[in-house]
Design a protein around this ligand. Sequence first.
Ligand code: NCD
Length: 309
Amino acid sequence: MNPLAGRDVLAIPELSRSDIDLVLATAASFEQQLQGQRTIPLLDGYILCTLFYEPSTRTRLSFEAAMHRLQGRVISVAEITSSSVAKGESIDDTVRTIEQYADVIAMRHNEAGAAHIAAEAASIPVINGGDGSRNHPTQALLDLYTIQKERGAIDGQVIALVGDLKYGRTTHSLAEALARFRVEILMVSPPELSMPDHVTGALRQAGVAFEQTADIEEAVRRADVMYVTRIQRERFPTPAEYDRFRGVFHIDPPLVERSKPGVTIMHPLPRVDEISHEVDSYAGAAYFRQARNGVYVRMALLALVLGAI
Ligand code: NCD
């Protein structure tokens, strides 16, 4: 039995480096198998429930596509209006009900810690598709997979995390995941939107080389990978505070020109105005390939936690 069988996937710090390597290798194997066939008959008879309390396009659809590619079935509770679930009660009852119908849950919630509450209550594996501004572990795994594919390796890369590092859960989980490798991280944000202390503290403890700056030109000079993120409008206390920061960084063709040759540009999507559409035709613009990689990585996670491999 593989070491992830029966486990929840809630946050990167709960995964070991060998768990991460197993997910990446399994994803690569699925990607290769799908060159010659449309589906892989591994999860026939299994049911995934997607439980999304927050809007999602990529995460939910790629979980569902992943399940279908493995010949499993999907039931879905999409876009439920959020409630004060972090208090514990309704989410408990919801997942205890869902586990009567499904074998695994992929969930997203607007409150940090919600996936942990669900996992506590559920006897089936829970996979966190984003909890508030805290974690987004499956995105971090597909980001690692993308860096490895686009750059040939994760070790040795200089990776700039750009944008809203305070509220952007993808950057939190990715920084925690990169801490398992030998990389240099540049954190580029306005000082008011800098990476939370719990993430920088963990990186320091892990001995990871990182720097914090508000200067995008610093990243342009040094980064092999520019990981650009959206200012997380829905997490700001007031619209006026969001307006202070919207459009603060903008990746356009002249900026790409000034970057290291062959720089890889990533974005978890959706983008608002952080990357100009003219950049899309640049060969190193990897964000749609990154979205596709999400299917292979989520296939790997589903097959592993369900103990099918
Ligand atoms: C991200 C998210 O939901 O955190 N989207 C995604 O899952 N690809 C990023 C974002 O919303 O900015």
